[in-house]
Design a protein around this ligand. Sequence first.
Ligand code: NAD
Length: 377
Amino acid sequence: MSKELGVGIIGCGNISTAYFSLAPLFKGLKILACADINADAAKLRAEEFGVKAQTIPELLANDELDVIVNLTIPAAHFTVSKAILEAGKHVYSEKPLTVTLEEGKELQALAKAKGLAVGCAPDTFLGGAHQLARQFIDEGGVGRITSGTCHVMSPGMEMWHPNPGFFFLNGGGPILDLGPYYIANLINFLGPIKRVAALTSMANPTRLITSEPLKGQSIPVETPTNIHALLEFGNGATITLSASWDVWSHRHANMELYGTEGSIYVPDPNFFGGVVEASGRNKDIQPLADWEHPFGKPNQESPQGPRANYRTAGLADMAMALIEGRDVRCSIDRALHGVDVMTSILKSGHEGNFVATTTTCTQPAALGIDEALALLR
Ligand SMILES: NC(=O)c1ccc[n+]([C@@H]2O[C@H](COP(=O)([O-])OP(=O)(O)OC[C@H]3O[C@@H](n4cnc5c(N)ncnc54)[C@H](O)[C@@H]3O)[C@@H](O)[C@H]2O)c1
């Protein structure tokens, strides 16, 4: 395999800007072309970032491309990823991998049959803060983790996203949209999940868009917007996960994990950086000493201040894994297990039972400072 993979993008909407602008930080990949069901969207990004705009069939047949990144909406992920595999190319997909477990299993089988890789976001667990927490946990800093709580709750997406309808359709909702960040990070810390139970509800059957350009439009809500889930891990840890777009304000932390020797406070799994805190049995909560992890260094301004954003690190890790012949950290097995957990949560909410997962995965290898530096140009 060559030292640099040619990359194409299908889906030139909101998040594509992050991929186009951050990919040049990384070794092993070069974005060459893009396509979208809306040709104007592809043309706009192509002009902005100096790549070739193609139709979807042209992109799929483009010999220069080894990997195609799927940045379409969740409901289109399966069809688009399947077409990429059928065209003989590796896939890297935005989350969620698919909106049903069956679709995800079909992609896994197809990739295996064709000898191709499928990687999937989120890659934020590769961030400096989460890898610092991973190292502290692996070294026994809080003993054996037995329980924890996760909260991702806000008033929703219709006040900022330019086209928020898909968030409220089947395949959207806070658990499939934001759950992946939490589940991927929990798999990073604790490994796979055995069974789940959940209560689910929705505050309103429609939502009013207040962001431009669709301000004033009413959109239907097809999926629960408020979820309280219980997760039982293979290692025995029990974690609660609350995901909601029906909450105006709250005082819960994003992620707290409780061990036999202490507790660890993990910053927002949707971002790469942040402060990790921990306490021992003395209950004295202190920040962990910062480390010079490259994916924790602020590289962008945001309304909340400087922020570390290394989205595409997962794609870069996949490219280097293919070049070096090693395991992909954001692998299809882990993403599929995530889909299993999230769809089981929704199923449990619907049926009122515990639901056992039917897939499993391994913990990804940690990404220490040296391994992260090796991904950067
Ligand atoms: N926006 C964010 O901040 C963000 C962050 C992380 C992840 N994501 C994920 O990225 C994905 C895209 O989100 P977005 O916010 O960019 O959405 P978006 O609606 O802004 O963009 C999606 C693009 O995909 C195109 N598209 C839809 N169906 C298609 C198809 N069948 N074939 C080709 N193109 C198609 C649309 O025309 C549009 O240009 C979602 O899976 C989302 O969960 C978004």
